[in-house]
Design a protein around this ligand. Structure first.
Ligand code: CMC
Length: 392
C-alpha cells in the first residue's frame, strides 16, 4: 500500500478544510465562525447560532425573522409518519426512533433529496431543523404511552419542544422560562464541534452523494454511542450506580484507575481538549444555577462534584490530561428539567443538528471534496491456494 500511514482513530489526520468551528484543545478555546462559545452561550440564541453555523454570519433582525418563520412552516410531521412511530415497541430507545424517523423523512419528502439543487437543500435543511424537535417529543410521548401534541408555532422552537414533550391535550402548558433559557443555551453549546465522530459520519455518508436525510440519520446513530453523545446518559447511570451504594466513590475511582471491567469515569476525557473543555465550565455553572432555581436538591450533584474533585487531583487523571467534558454535568440538568435518562442523547442530537447540516453543506459546496475512502494496512494471510471442502 505504498506510503500509506496508519492513524488509528484519525488522531493526526485532517479529513477536510473547514471554516465553521475552531478548537484549540491545549488552550481550551472553542469558536463558531470566529465567535467565542462563551459569548454565544451568554448572549445569542439557538436559532441565531444555527443560522450562523449554516450561513456563516449572524443574522440581522429581518433575516432571523424570515429564518424562524420558514422553520415554523415545517414543524408538523406528515400524518403517515406517525404510523411508523406508532409501530415501534413502547420501550424502543428514543435515539433509534429518532434516527429511523429521520431516515424515513427521505421517503416522505422526495422533493428535497437533491444534493446539488440549492432550493432543495434549503428545503431539507428547514424540514430537518423544524421536524427533529417534533420527532424527539413524539419519541418521548411514545415511551410514556401518552398522546402526541401538534406543534404550536406561536411558541419559539425550544418552548414548542418543551410543550410537545411535557404537555398533555386539553390542558394549558406553562413553559418555565428558566428551563427554556437553559435548554436553549445547552443547544448552543452542543451545536457544532468540528470533525467529531458523528459529524465525520455525516460527511463520510454525504461524500458518497447520499442525501441530507440519510447523512443526518447516520450521524444520529454515530452520536448514540457511550463514548460520544451517549456519554450524557452513561454519566447518570454511573452516578445512580454510586448513589445506590453498589460502589462508594473511592471504590469506583479505584476501579476506573485499575481499568477493572473497562470501567471509565464517564463524562471525562476528550480527544482534543487536554486542558479543559470550555463547554463543561459553562455547563457546570448552569447545573448549579438551574438546580437551585428549580429548587431541586439532587444528591447526585454532590457525587458528581466529589468525583470531579478527586479526579482533578489524582495522578492517573492528571498524567493523562483528563478533565470533565460537556457531558459530565448536562445529565443532571436534563434530569432536573424532567427528562428521562434515555432522552439525554436525543437532546444532544437536537443541539448538534445545525452543525451537522452546516458541515454537510460546506462539504457539498467545496470543489475539493472527494468520496471519503480511508486506506488500510493489510495484516492478513499472503496468497494461498483454494482447497475444496472435502479436503479441509
Ligand atoms: N476514564 C478513565 N480513563 C480514561 C478516560 C476516562 N473517562 N478517558 C480516557 N482514559 C484513559 C485511557 O484509558 C487511556 O489510558 P492509557 O494511556 O493508560 O491507555 C488514556 O486515558 C487516553 O485515552 P484514550 O482513550 O486514548 O483517548 P481518546 O482520545 O481515544 O478518547 C474519549 C477520548 C472521550 C473517547 C475518552 O476520553 C472516553 O472514553 N471518555 C469517556 C466517555 C465520554 O465522556 N465521552 C464524551 C466525549 S465529549 C463529548 C461527546 O463527544 O459526546
Amino acid at each position: 500500500t505504498g506510503n500509506t500511514t496508519l492513524d488509528v482513530g484519525f488522531v493526526n489526520t485532517a479529513s477536510c478544510q473547514s471554516a465553521i468551528t475552531y478548537i484549540d484543545g491545549d488552550a481550551g478555546i472553542l469558536r463558531y465562525r470566529g465567535y467565542p462559545i462563551d459569548q454565544l452561550a451568554k448572549s445569542s440564541s439557538f436559532l441565531e447560532v444555527s443560522y450562523l453555523l449554516i450561513y456563516g454570519e449572524l443574522p440581522t433582525t429581518a433575516e432571523l425573522e424570515e429564518f424562524t418563520s420558514r422553520i415554523h412552516r415545517h414543524t408538523m410531521l406528515h400524518e403517515d409518519l406517525k404510523d411508523l412511530l406508532a409501530a415501534f415497541p413502547r420501550d424502543a430507545h428514543p435515539m433509534s426512533v429518532l434516527s429511523a424517523a429521520v431516515s424515513a423523512l427521505g421517503t416522505f419528502y422526495q422533493d428535497s433529496l437533491s444534493i446539488t439543487d440549492k432550493d432543495q437543500v434549503e428545503l431539507s435543511t428547514m424540514r430537518l431543523l423544524a421536524k427533529l424537535p417534533t420527532i424527539a417529543a413524539y419519541a418521548h410521548k411514545k415511551s410514556q404511552g401518552q398522546p402526541t401534541l401538534y406543534p404550536d408555532n406561536r411558541l419559539d422552537l425550544v418552548s414548542n419542544f418543551l410543550r410537545m414533550t411535557f404537555g398533555v391535550p386539553a390542558e394549558d402548558f406553562e413553559v418555565d422560562p428558566i428551563v427554556a433559557k437553559a435548554l436553549d443555551q445547552l443547544f448552543i453549546l452542543h451545536a457544532d464541534h468540528e470533525q467529531n465522530c458523528s459529524t465525520s459520519t455525516v460527511r463520510l455518508v454525504g461524500s458518497g452523494h447520499a442525501h441530507l436525510f440519510a447523512s443526518i440519520s447516520a450521524g444520529i446513530h454515530a452520536l448514540s454511542g457511550p463514548l460520544h453523545g451517549g456519554a450524557n446518559s452513561a454519566v447518570l447511570e454511573m452516578l445512580g450506580h454510586i448513589q445506590a451504594g453498589d460502589d462508594d466513590v473511592d471504590t469506583f475511582m479505584n476501579k476506573v484507575k485499575n481499568k477493572e471491567d473497562g470501567v471509565k469515569l464517564m463524562g471525562f476525557g476528550h480527544r482534543v481538549y487536554k486542558n479543559y473543555d470550555p463547554r463543561a465550565a459553562i455547563v457546570k455553572d448552569t447545573a448549579h444555577e438551574v438546580l437551585q432555581k428549580l429548587g431541586v436538591n439532587d444528591p447526585q450533584l454532590e457525587i458528581a462534584m466529589r468525583l470531579e474533585e478527586i479526579a482533578l487531583k489524582d495522578d492517573y487523571f492528571v498524567e493523562r490530561k483528563l478533565y470533565p467534558n460537556v457531558d459530565f454535568y448536562t445529565g443532571l440538568i436534563y434530569k432536573a428539567m424532567g427528562f428521562p435518562t434515555e432522552m439525554f442523547t436525543v437532546l444532544f442530537a437536537i443541539g448538534r443538528l445545525p452543525g451537522w447540516i452546516a458541515q454537510w453543506r460546506e462539504m457539498m459546496e467545496d470543489p475539493a471534496t472527494k468520496i471519503g475512502r480511508p486506506r488500510q494496512l493489510y495484516i492478513g494471510e499472503a496468497e494461498r491456494q483454494f482447497v475444496g471442502i472435502d479436503k479441509r
